[in-house]
Design a protein around this ligand. Structure first.
Ligand SMILES: [Zn+2]
Length: 417
């Protein structure tokens, strides 16, 4: 997975984006020592020590950025359109192998940290064992294991349901025992057939038991919310990241609630709006118009995503911090294409630089790993993406991946073993 084993690595390019949103640095150089960023400066100021073994790479007209942080993935997903209800019927062994393929694809595309927001049984914990043994190349893994759901609720088929605050506390303890880095809760129904997408799932006393127990052990809580009622319960319970964050009434009508947005901002809750999922599907259908006519109406989907983007813009105006998370490989959105989610943030009104920050520093903050990754700063882990061109001018340049470094090691992106 890594090439050679030099003590130092010296990277040079035309520009550097550090992930903090400040001005682009011109003619930068970055020196890595082992797995850590040792120096950041210009080509003139940064030098490797005399006589040391150095891998020096000059990327020319390229941009050095922090490795991307995708704060919302489902590693066992296939991305071929099958529903979760069908996906879950596959054996755990098959799902674990699929996850191994997905992490590699995401890493090769420039993502160096992923937060998995829900998998079946122990599949993602098993994947981590293989990654730690060096069997599978992978971004850093932040894992929930199984989401906590109500009986019949969204993602309940993954294996953990709870009723009443005692069972909710027990579910958190069990997941932490198995290795969960954070807790995922489904605060409303969703695509799961037995669930109710616009209705809240857990009552506030149950939900608060989950967040209280998780926080007690220093773990954060992410909640899937596809209605306003679910968002209100999640906020009452003190969650940390809201996923989807859809303003919708119980009857399914779209109705923007400024009081909820104000409260999200006030409580400092991150929102991952998952706009890329819909955009990726629209782009697929437009590439294949025959299939579009048969099954889905692209115009209806476009109107839907435009409505969501309008709500996202209003939430940002209220001070809500939006973080990029693809939700791949759920439904039709395969892994290795986090860039579509970032492009969707630009379509929703962010500048290119703001969208990059949402996929690096802010995403890392929501995952509670910003002390080690998410920005390029001396002393942090050397998780680095190099792309040709300048994504602050053309966001599509984020797709022109030249190299990926994980903890200072250059990833061999052609190694398919
Ligand atoms: Zn999800």
């Amino acid at each position: 997975m890594s090439v050679g084993n030099p003590q130092f690595t010296l990277l040079k390019a035309a520009r550097l984006v550090d992930g903090n949103g400040g001005p682009v640095a011109e003619q930068p150089a970055v020196l890595l020592e082992g797995d850590t960023i040792k120096q950041i400066g210009t080509r003139e100021t940064v030098q490797s020590p005399e006589g040391a073994s150095v891998l020096e790479i000059d990327y020319g007209d390229a941009t050095i950025l922090p490795g991307l942080v995708d704060c919302h993935v489902h590693l066992i997903g296939i991305g071929d359109g099958r529903a979760g209800d069908e996906l879950v019927t596959l054996p755990d062994e098959v799902l674990t192998v699929q996850a191994a393929q997905n992490v590699r694809k995401h890493l090769y595309s420039g993502v160096t940290t992923v937060r998995d927001c829900g998998a079946k049984n122990r599949t993602t914990f098993l994947l981590r064992e293989a990654v730690e043994m060096g069997i599978v190349p992978s971004p850093r893994l932040i894992l929930a294991g199984r989401p906590i759901a109500i009986i019949g609720g969204h993602l309940s088929y993954f294996g953990t349901t709870a009723t009443g605050s005692t069972e909710c506390r027990a579910a958190v303890r069990q997941l932490i025992k198995e290795g969960a880095d954070f807790i995922k809760v489904t605060a409303t129904g969703g695509s799961t057939r037995t669930s109710h997408p616009t209705r809240p799932s857990f009552n506030v006393d149950e939900f608060s038991a989950i967040t209280d127990e998780a926080h007690k052990f220093g773990k954060h809580v992410c909640a899937h919310c596809t209605s306003s009622g679910g968002m209100e319960n999640a906020l009452e319970a003190g969650i940390d990241t809201m996923i989807h964050g859809v303003h919708k009434d119980h009857d399914g009508s779209d109705s923007y609630r400024s009081d909820i947005s104000d409260r999200i901002a006030e409580q400092g809750v991150f929102v991952n709006p998952t706009l890329g999922q819909g955009l990726a599907r629209i782009l697929q259908l437009e590439d294949d118009p025959g299939r579009a006519l048969e099954t889905e109406d692209v115009n209806v989907m476009r109107a839907g995503i435009e409505g969501r983007m309008d709500h996202v813009a209003r939430m940002r105006d209220a001070g809500v911090v939006m973080v990029a998370g693809s939700d791949s490989a759920w439904s039709n959105y395969p892994m290795g294409d986090f860039q579509t989610e970032i492009e969707a943030h630009v379509m929703a009104g962010m500048s290119n630089m703001e969208a990059i920050v949402s996929a690096t520093r802010d995403s890392a903050m929501s995952c509670r790993v910003d002390d080690v990754v998410g920005t390029l700063e001396v002393g942090k882990h050397a998780d680095i993406l190099v792309v040709d061109g300048d994504p602050t001018r053309d966001i599509a340049d984020l797709r022109k991946v030249s190299d990926v470094f994980l903890a200072g090691s250059k990833v061999d992106r052609h190694n398919l073993v």
